[in-house]
Every structure is written in structure tokens, then in C-alpha cells.
Design a protein around this ligand. Structure first.
Ligand SMILES: C[S@@+](CC[C@H](N)C(=O)[O-])C[C@H]1O[C@@H](n2cnc3c(N)ncnc32)[C@H](O)[C@@H]1O
Length: 226
């Protein structure tokens, strides 16, 4: 085992046999990723938890007794962080989470397996929430087709739907955070968000892989429904 530039041991996975090069590279990246190791040590369901921790440490939008909606929640890192920070683990705030995939239970989180793009998803979410939300989070990523333009449009469509949902359910002063990919295709989304929120910024947490075009749009100070 060699050491990398930071002095950490670097694990190399043997290729060949039935293992494809893409799975070898994925496995190597997982084994050598300090956030994966830290998430395992600290009991977070995903390395993504550190992205939300960093954004909230800096911008302080998760507060005790808040209601948070987590769209695209599985395997549950963000839901764990939100539940802890709003106090849902002690029965104070509320975290409502959905995903296309099943998600094992998390204390303080109400989960439903649901496609956010289903026509009746907003109504189902509202029924689970039982009132307005303070924060809407979306870490959803659309499945890719391999066709760049199609993938960009699908991703933008997903974020725009999440932003429209947020504008329907947030309390004045509320926060919306969504994963976006730097593509230049989200100009319309930014216009919509700047109309609805006092502050809109793009953020790239340290835990977001540097070689990916992933960013988060962080919109704070919801102005209220028109
Ligand atoms: C990057 S993962 C989320 C990781 C999560 N934030 C965490 O901390 O563990 C993205 C998730 O979005 C979900 N997703 C994508 N499209 C969706 C949709 N239309 N409705 C619900 N969930 C969706 C995927 O199933 C996937 O689990």
C-alpha cells in the first residue's frame, strides 16, 4: 500500500477477472475517500452528511423545532443531520423525507417511498408535513441517460419542481437548498429563486467531489407566497 500526497495510505484494487475498470475505480475511490471513512466512524449513513453539516455550520438555517422536508433522502445522511439539528430525535422538530428508494428508519424522521415527480407527490408530502415547512432540502439527482443535453434538462426540471414546491410550502423567512450541476442551463431557476428569496447563492462544500460539477443552490429568506 502506497501513501498519497497527504501521507494517508492509498488502497489499490486489483482489476481484471470479472471486475470492470469502472467498478475498480469506484471501489478505489470509496476506499481512499476520507469522508467515507469519517462517515462510517461517526455513524452517518452517507458521506453526503458532511455537505449539509458544512453548509449549515456556515449559514445556520437548521434551528431547533423547525420542520424540514428532505427530497431524495436515501440512504439518509441529510435526514440524520436535520433530525439531530432541529431536535426531531427528541420529539421537537419534524423531518419529512421521501425517496424513490427504500430507506431504513431514522429516529425523528417520517419517511415515504415516493417519486417526487408523481402528480400526487406534493399532496402526499403536505399530508405528512401537517403544516408549513421552514426548510426544503433537495439532494435529488435524476438518473442519467448518457445524453448530456437530455440529462441537463432532466436535472433542471427536477430542481425547478423542487423550487416550485418549496415556494408553495415554505414559511416566510424559510430556506431552500438543492443540488444543481454547473451547466448554464439553470438561468430560469435563478430568476425564479431571486424573485422568491432574499438571498440566492451557489455553494460547493468541501465534501462535494472537486472533480464533479455538482453545486448547491442555497436560497434563504423566503419572501412568502405571491
Ligand atoms: C445523492 S442521493 C441523496 C443522498 C442523501 N442526501 C444522503 O445524505 O444520504 C440522491 C437521491 O435522490 C433520489 N431521487 C432521484 N430522483 C428522485 C425522485 N424523482 N423522487 C424521489 N427521489 C429521487 C435517488 O433515489 C437518490 O437516493
Amino acid at each position: 500500500m502506497a501513501k498519497d500526497t497527504t501521507g494517508r495510505l492509498h488502497v489499490t484494487v486489483r482489476s481484471g477477472g470479472r471486475r470492470k475498470l469502472s467498478s475498480k475505480l469506484w471501489l478505489e475511490r470509496q476506499l481512499n475517500d476520507p469522508y467515507v471513512a469519517q462517515a462510517k466512524r461517526e455513524g452517518w449513513r452517507s458521506r453526503a452528511a458532511f455537505k449539509l453539516i458544512e453548509m449549515d455550520d456556515k449559514h445556520r438555517f437548521l434551528k431547533p423545532a423547525m420542520t424540514v422536508v428532505d427530497l431524495g433522502a436515501a440512504p439518509g445522511g441529510w435526514s440524520q443531520v436535520a433530525a439531530q439539528r432541529v431536535g426531531a430525535t427528541e420529539g421537537k422538530g419534524k423531518v419529512i423525507a421521501i425517496d424513490l428508494l427504500e430507506m431504513p428508519e431514522i429516529v425523528g424522521v417520517t419517511f415515504a417511498r415516493l417519486d417526487f415527480l408523481d402528480n400526487n407527490a406534493p399532496d402526499k408530502l403536505l399530508a405528512m408535513m401537517g403544516g408549513a415547512a421552514d426548510v426544503v432540502l433537495s439532494d435529488m439527482a435524476a438518473n442519467t441517460t448518457g445524453h448530456r443535453k437530455t440529462d441537463q434538462l432532466r436535472m433542471v426540471g427536477l430542481v425547478e419542481s423542487a423550487a416550485a414546491f418549496a415556494a408553495d410550502v415554505l414559511r416566510p423567512g424559510g430556506t431552500f437548498i438543492a443540488k444543481v450541476f454547473q451547466s448554464g442551463a439553470d438561468a430560469g431557476l435563478l430568476v425564479q429563486l431571486k424573485r422568491d428569496f432574499q438571498t440566492v447563492r451557489h455553494v460547493k462544500p468541501a465534501a462535494s467531489r472537486q472533480d464533479s460539477s455538482e453545486r448547491y443552490v442555497l436560497a434563504t429568506g423566503f419572501r412568502g407566497r405571491h
